[in-house]
Ligand binder design. Structure first.
Ligand code: SF4
Length: 187
């Protein structure tokens, strides 16, 4: 069920935005990894995007339209579930929130020898897909980064606005042997 079509069985609107979020199911992105990295370069944070994001946030109706456009686009391309804190640039553009266990730091122990998901064996594990894509794009080292726990207050918010506003800077950190327990805090 998509976010936009979501309704309770009796037709009532969901009580809160969180009710509108799709269930996680492993998703293979429909665009090549290299194209996704190239698109990110075009959308990389700069002063103009930051001003745009601030303007969008100041206008609730515009923010709703903008977020709906983001949802439709990223849902089709990446199976996005609108967690609002996008991990795609560090995962080969395979969305970790489509993992049925929503693991953001690699696969669980249940992935099969041929790379199948333990929960949905007819699908390939999201992290196998991430590894294939990141390796293809020469970004395999990204998968060594440590992802911060999900901030559940950000669900259904625009991750593009959050990114352009600089709220994503602490989403992941590099492992440091001298400091194996780094503070996973946003800047
Ligand atoms: S915003 Fe969250 S749910 Fe959407 S693609 Fe990025 S990581 Fe996945």
């Amino acid at each position: 069920m998509t976010y936009l079509a979501a309704r309770h069985e009796d037709g009532r609107r969901p009580a809160c935005d969180r009710d509108l979020v799709r269930s996680p199911s492993p998703f293979r992105p429909v665009i090549p990894a290299r194209l996704a990295y190239a698109a990110h370069a075009v959308l990389a944070r700069n002063r103009a995007y930051r001003r745009l994001a601030a303007a969008v946030e100041r206008r609730p109706r515009l923010y709703r339209w903008f977020t709906a456009a983001e949802r439709v686009t990223k849902e089709q391309l990446f199976g996005c579930r609108m967690c609002g804190q996008c991990a795609l640039p560090a995962t080969g553009y395979a969305c970790p929130m489509t993992c049925p266990k929503q693991l953001r730091n690699g696969p669980c122990g249940g992935v099969s020898a041929d790379g199948r998901c333990e929960v949905e064996p007819d699908r390939v594990c999201v992290w196998v897909v991430a590894d294939e894509r990141a390796t293809t794009a020469g970004r395999a080292a990204d998968l060594d980064l440590l992802q911060r726990p999900v901030d559940h207050r950000q669900w259904t918010r625009s991750s593009w606005v959050n990114y352009w506003q600089g709220r994503d800077e602490g989403l992941w950190v590099a492992f440091d042997a001298d400091d194996p327990r780094p503070a996973l805090v946003s800047s």
